[in-house]
Design a protein around this ligand. Structure first.
Ligand SMILES: Nc1ncnc2c1ncn2[C@@H]1O[C@H](COP(=O)(O)OP(=O)(O)OP(=O)(O)O)[C@@H](O)[C@H]1O
Ligand SMILES: [Mg+2]
Length: 252
């Protein structure tokens, strides 16, 4: 159980986050959407222990988060691989607490799982953007974190790669059941993956609405009910297009 309790954040007087309250069940997938600057990354960084809240606390299984923790894995928008280490060594880096002899086989298995077994020994510069992001996901998952925090993990990727990695993330979730909190600009992505979608708004950053997406997975991206939720969320964000044009069915 992950509890975000009345968390707020100010940066030199600027209220980036108002008061955020959110309780996430173990194994739940929560998608966070909201316009730029509404505090999504700040919230995720606080949950990951990379930033301290100005007030409130984050409690993971009864323990207050006071810094980065090995049971919490992080994936950022850009892969952040160390260029002087091979892809495998980058993944092994997340296994510093494991006995030395276990690191290599675990890293190789994690890379095989994201389809990168063949490039384990190359340097990150030889990878495409999608491959590098898969390596970052392997690094975040190799220690089998109980909580996975993802900040726009696929936003720099083309649609095909993105769909593939979304499926991959769901595969991992099916076997390991990590609690996942992920930020995305893509409402459809949030709806396809999440048990719950949280809509944030800015000034100050706050939770504006929440939706429980109780559809079985895998969910077709074209599912009509997802479209209805999407329209609702676009309205929440003042992004729904209002038009006087006639309905296309009647236009001809
Ligand atoms: N270290 C910092 N110092 C000062 N202000 C900051 C800092 N980090 C974030 N902010 C401000 O806090 C607000 C929220 O930023 P944050 O990065 O969390 O937004 P976001 O929702 O992730 O936006 P985006 O979708 O563009 O990534 C923004 O107004 C930003 O300028
Ligand atoms: Mg952000």
């Amino acid at each position: 159980m992950l509890q975000i309790r009345r968390v707020s954040k100010r940066f030199e007087g600027f209220a980036a986050l108002g008061e955020i309250d959110l309780a996430v069940d173990r194994g739940e997938i929560t998608g966070i959407v909201g316009t730029s600057g509404c505090g999504k990354s700040t919230l995720l960084r606080i949950v990951g222990g990379l930033e301290t809240p100005s007030s409130g606390s984050v409690v993971l299984d009864g323990v207050t988060v006071a810094g980065p923790r090995p049971e919490v894995g992080l994936v950022f928008q850009e892969p952040r691989l160390m260029p002087w280490l091979s892809v495998r060594e980058n993944v092994e880096f997340a296994l510093a607490r494991h006995p030395r002899g276990q690191r290599r086989p675990l890293a190789e298995a994690a890379l095989a799982r994201v389809g990168l077994g063949a490039v384990a020994e190359v340097l990150p510069q030889a990878l495409s953007g999608g491959m590098a992001q898969r390596a970052a996901i392997a690094r975040a998952l190799v220690a089998r974190p109980q909580v996975l925090l993802l900040d726009e993990p696929f936003s720099a990727l083309d649609a095909f790669t993105r769909f593939g990695l979304q499926d991959h993330l769901l595969d991992i979730w099916r076997t390991d059941r990590p609690t996942m909190l992920f930020v995305t600009h893509d409402i459809e992505e949030a709806l396809v993956l999440s048990d719950r979608v949280v809509v944030m708004r800015a000034r100050p950053g706050r939770i504006h609405a929440q939706y429980r997406i109780d559809l079985p997975r895998p969910r077709p991206r074209t599912e009509a009910r997802l479209q209805a939720w999407k329209e609702r969320i676009l309205e929440d964000l003042d992004l729904a297009v209002k038009t006087d044009a006639p309905d296309p069915e009647f236009a001809i």
